[in-house]
Design a protein around this ligand. Structure first.
Ligand code: FAD
Length: 277
C-alpha cells in the first residue's frame, strides 16, 4: 500500500528535531526507516509529519566512556558491528548487531530506531536488556536516563514520550572474566528471530556469577529469563526453566508452544556456548 500523505522536514540538529516534534503532536521521527516505512505502508501509523533525523552526524558515534561504551542513537548497525571499540569491549553487542537482517538493513537501520520501535522480535533490545544498558532520552525538559529494564513497556511501546527522542545508548564494557553468547533461530538466514537468546555472565570459582539472559520474541517486550539466570548461577539446567514467566505469541514463524520449547533449547545451548569461551 502507499502511505497516507505526510509532511516531511529534515532536522539539522537534536534541538531542531525536538522543536519540530513539539510543533505537531502526531509527528514521528524517521531514522533508518527500515521499521517505520513498512508500518506507514500498512497504514498502521499515519503521522502527519515525518522528522528526518537520518543525517544528524552528532548522533552517529561510538565512544569509549570509561566503564561503558556510549553509542549514538543514529549509529547504523553496520557501524556497531565494525566499531573497534565495540568489538574489543563488548563483542556480544557487535556480534548480535551483525546478525540483524541483511547488509542493506544493517547499513540503514540504527540502534536508536531499533530500541525505540519497541518490537519484541528485534535483537538489540534483548541484548541491551541483558546488559542492563542505559538509554538517554532528550525532550523539552532536557535529557533523562532510563535503564533498559524500564524502557520497554509493551509491543511497540517504550519509555519515549511524545516530543522526545533517544540520543544515546550505553552498555557496560565486558572484560576477560566475562562469558557470553547470542543465539537466534530463524526459518531462513535473514529472517527475524523466531526466538533469540542473549546470555552474559562473569566467570567465578568454576561457575558463573551475575548471569543475565535476555529473550527475543518471548513476550510483548524483550524479557529477562530470571529462572534460567538463577539456575545458571546454581550450576543447574538453565534451559529447563527458560519458558517460565514468558508469554510468546503464535505467528507465521511458530506457535507459542513451539517458542516455549525452542527457548529451552536455545538457552541451554547459549549457556554451553558461553561456558566454552
Ligand atoms: P526507523 O524505521 O526510522 O524508526 C522506527 C521507529 O523508531 C519509528 O517509530 C521512529 O519514529 C522511531 N525512532 C527512530 N529513531 C528514534 C530515536 N532516535 N528516538 C526516538 N524514536 C526513534 N531488526 C532486528 O533486530 N533483527 C532482524 O533480524 C531484523 N531484520 C530486518 C529485516 C528487514 C527486511 C527489515 C526491513 C528490518 C529488519 N530489522 C531487524 C529491523 C531493523 O533493525 C530496523 O532498522 C530497526 O528496527 C529500526 O531502525 P531504523 O533506524 O530503521 O528506525
Amino acid at each position: 500500500m502507499i502511505p497516507a500523505a505526510f509532511d516531511y522536514e529534515v532536522a539539522d540538529s537534536v534541538g531542531h528535531a525536538l522543536s519540530l516534534l513539539a510543533g505537531r503532536e502526531d509527528a514521528k521521527l524517521l531514522a533508518g526507516g527500515h521499521s517505520l516505512l513498512p508500518v506507514l505502508r500498512l497504514r498502521v501509523a499515519r503521522p502527519s509529519l515525518l522528522v528526518d533525523i537520518g543525517r544528524l552526524e552528532e548522533l552517529s558515534f561510538v565512544r569509549d566512556a570509561g566503564d561503558t561504551i556510549a553509542i549514538g542513537a543514529l549509529t547504523r548497525h553496520h557501524d556497531v558491528v565494525t566499531s573497534p571499540v565495540v568489538r574489543e569491549h563488548n563483542p556480544l553487542v557487535a556480534y548480535a548487531a551483525g546478525l540483524i537482517g541483511d547488509p542493506q538493513v544493517r547499513h540503514r537501520g540504527t540502534i536508536g530506531g531499533s530500541l525505540s520501535h519497541g518490537d519484541p522480535a528485534s535483537d538489540l533490545p534483548a541484548v541491551v536488556l541483558a546488559l542492563d544498558g542505559e538509554i538517554d532520552i532528550a525532550g523539552a525538559g532536557g535529557v533523562r536516563t532510563v535503564g533498559a529494564a524500564d524502557f520497554f513497556r509493551g509491543v511497540f511501546e517504550t519509555a519515549v514520550g511524545p516530543g522526545e527522542m533517544v540520543t544515546e545508548v550505553r552498555v557496560p564494557k565486558l572484560g576477560a572474566e566475562h562469558v557470553w553468547s547470542f543465539l537466534k533461530f530463524r526459518r531462513r538466514s535473514q529472517d527475524w528471530a523466531t526466538v533469540g537468546v542473549a546470555a552474559v555472565a562473569k566467570r567465578s570459582n568454576g561457575g558463573v556469577a551475575e548471569p543475565a539472559i535476555g529473550l527475543v520474541s518471548m513476550g510483548a517486550t524483550p524479557l529477562r529469563a530470571r529462572a534460567s539466570e538463577a539456575a545458571w548461577a546454581a550450576g543447574e539446567d538453565a534451559g529447563a526453566v527458560a519458558a517460565d514467566g514468558t508469554d510468546p505469541q503464535s505467528d507465521t514463524n511458530g506457535s507459542a508452544d513451539y517458542r516455549r520449547h525452542l527457548v529451552q533449547v536455545l538457552v541451554r545451548r547459549a549457556v554451553e556456548e558461553a561456558a566454552s569461551r
